[in-house]
Design a protein around this ligand. Sequence first.
Ligand SMILES: Nc1ncnc2c1ncn2[C@@H]1O[C@H](COP(=O)(O)OP(=O)(O)OP(=O)(O)O)[C@@H](O)[C@H]1O
Ligand SMILES: [Mg+2]
Length: 310
Amino acid sequence: MILAVSLNSAMDRTVVLPGRLAPGEIQRARSVDVRMGGKGLNVAWAAARLGAKVSVTGFAGGLTGRFLREECARHGIRDGLVTTAGESRACYMFASADGSPPTVVNEPGPTVSFAEVDALVATYTSLVCEASLVVLSGSLPPGAPADIYRRMIEIARRAGVHCILDSSGEPLREGIAANPWLIKPNADEFAALTGGPWQSPEALRRRCRDLTATGVANVVVSLGGEGALVTAGDQCWHVQPPSVQTANPTACGDIFVAGVAVRIDRGEPLLEGIRLGTACAAANAAHPVPYLPTPAELGFLLAGVNIRAD
Ligand SMILES: Nc1ncnc2c1ncn2[C@@H]1O[C@H](COP(=O)(O)OP(=O)(O)OP(=O)(O)O)[C@@H](O)[C@H]1O
Ligand SMILES: [Mg+2]
């Protein structure tokens, strides 16, 4: 069972307007898509849809929290969410039917208390014992300590369970200190972690190998439509995704991580996970809201993933 950790859970509302969002105007929305979101819940959703057994822990509060729990139940995800006194956040994307760029509004979410963090760590510790793989995704809610991923990775290690960490900034840096089995920063996140933009592909490979030498077994730097650089020990591969008409690359990283997790959880090799993640993320990039390919689409997309040793 994959245990997905969603500390910054959200309800995602994608609102399509007839025209550009403008101050002082009233508009009638053409359509609304409402779903559970935040990176951890995106991973849980995608992994469950790809056929894995999934449990989730993290924070959920208020009416939005009830919605998130109902969505978990609807998708067959075991609910280990911890209730917070504050209302879980909502994130809005206002897209316009005329093709102008969308406006995104992300609520900060409630500040979690010490007691809520303690309850979360206790719930996590018991769920880890039943998990075969842990995925820790996203930023932290206000009030959560910056070293919480580090602590969670150490707890998983004591239980003999591998962790995938997909975060940024301080929580990523702290988490790396506990040597997760795999990290998946995107290019900006990896540059921020390793001292700024790299000047050449060789420099990027060197930075990845430096990290694997310190004890992170696998470093996967995702490069949007350019694919990903995968480093395992001192071996590197460049992964080229199938080419698609891009509609909205939001959540590509989460869908990619879910694909990797599903294959790893089944005991398959890392590159098979990377192949599934890359194929599913390409399908997602081609759709306006989070999307997983149909079996027929998946066969076609998997054949279009190109992995070469670098
Ligand atoms: N335009 C695209 N076409 C095909 N594949 C894409 C495209 N954009 C992203 N992908 C795939 O998704 C993977 C992850 O994308 P990206 O680097 O944008 O992640 P991210 O920035 O972490 O995303 P997020 O955090 O919003 O989920 C890439 O490695 C690639 O395989
Ligand atoms: Mg990401």
